[in-house]
Design a protein around this ligand. Structure first.
Ligand code: SAM
Ligand code: DTB
Ligand code: SF4
Length: 332
């Protein structure tokens, strides 16, 4: 049989992933879900390796977008002072410190709707400098045009973070100043520029299980799965719409077991991706974090700050990694 004939043979059709498939995973008995996720994780990754990434806010506050969770929106009364884009040298000094502290990836975030073309030279110099330190580079700057994504790609940017954040139905309850389709356009521009996609979202914003199903279904059915999937638990910041909501309705806080289920379903749906246990880790117990690693999380943000809120910190992470024997750390 010739190659042509082989190629012409009908392939067994793989049915498209539907929301009912995702809901069925969430509905599994917890231990069964964890076992399946841990099995998938072992087929694609070394289960004791957990990547450490450090975040830096390179331009803080004063953001014109109205994301209901965010301290940096001008709509929030969080008391955060707005600042200008940091100098390249100061960013690279922070990156060198992150490298010395053991980080593998350096993620630079700016509170912008989108970067201005006049910022591109400095942003590209940051990417080049971070890569030259032997770190992976990641940026999250809001929406990008195709040309801006190309420039960052040419500078060597490894990852661009741009989240879908929640289900398409819940999206408008969280953000009104840019649409779901705007987000898809930016993700497509990043892909077209050959930059790896980091795309995830937030749980614990009072959304339903069905929203978490819709959110993970949307990520897993993008034209290509994101290489990196941050799962954030809402960090309630006073003065933000959602932070204040959580203060008034404490029962809206996501249950730890439901959070672990979300991580496990993400791992099963996107077997090859890095699943990142992101914001919200500071308020999680060691046991909950351990369950997340068992469920397939294999990346964290380390250091004592995320962008504007606190993080568990390098010492606590080193102690946790030693206790769990992660990354070859001694335990006992
Ligand atoms: N301005 C850029 C943008 O939104 O595209 C980048 C920075 S933004 C802070 C990146 C992501 O951080 C958001 O999409 C959201 O998922 C997450 N995030 C922001 N504030 C958060 C909070 N209070 N708790 C949990 N996650 C948060
Ligand atoms: C992501 O999904 N989580 C990180 C990263 N991408 C940029 C940011 C978390 C921010 C948490 C709130 C803050 O510190 O302002
Ligand atoms: Fe601005 Fe990003 Fe915060 Fe939204 S999440 S308000 S875009 S900094």
């Amino acid at each position: 049989m010739t190659d042509t004939l082989l190629h012409d043979r009908p392939r067994a059709a793989v049915p498209p992933l539907v929301r009912a498939d995702v809901a069925a995973l969430f509905d599994l008995p917890f231990t069964e879900l964890l076992f399946r996720a841990a099995t998938v994780h072992r087929q694609h990754h070394d289960p004791v390796q957990v990547e450490r990434a450090t975040l830096l806010s390179i331009k803080t506050g004063g953001c014109p977008e109205d994301c209901g969770y965010c301290s940096q929106s001008t709509q929030a009364e969080s008391g955060l002072a707005a600042s200008k884009l940091m100098d390249v040298d100061a960013v690279l000094a922070a990156a060198a410190a992150a490298k010395a502290a053991g980080s593998q990836r350096f993620c630079m975030g700016a509170a912008w709707r989108n970067p201005k073309d006049r910022d591109m030279d400095a942003l590209c110099a940051m990417v080049e400098g971070v890569n030259a330190l032997g770190l992976e580079s990641c940026m999250t700057l809001g929406m990008l045009t195709g040309a801006q994504a190309e420039r960052l790609g040419e500078a060597g940017l490894d990852y661009y973070n741009h989240n879908l954040d929640t289900s398409p139905e819940n999206y408008g309850n969280v953000i009104t100043t840019r649409t779901w389709d705007d987000r898809l356009d930016t993700l497509a521009a990043v892909r077209a520029a050959g930059v790896n996609v980091c795309c995830g979202g937030i749980v614990g914003m009072g959304e339903s299980r069905a929203d978490r199903v819709g959110f993970l279904h949307a990520l897993a059915t993008l034209p290509e799965a994101p290489e990196s999937v941050p799962i954030n638990a809402l960090v309630p910041v006073a003065g933000t719409v959602l932070g204040d909501m959580l203060k008034d309705v404490p029962s809206a806080r996501i249950d730890d077991i439901e959070f672990v289920r979300t991580v496990a379903v993400a791992r099963i749906l996107m077997p090859q991706s890095m699943v990142r246990l992101s914001a919200g880790r500071e308020s999680m117990s060691d046991s909950t974090q351990a369950l997340c690693f068992l469920a397939g999380a294999n990346s964290i943000f380390t250091g004592d700050k995320l962008l504007t809120t606190g993080n568990a910190g390098g010492d606590r992470d080193a102690a946790l990694f030693a206790k769990l024997g992660l990354n070859g750390a001694a335990n006992g």
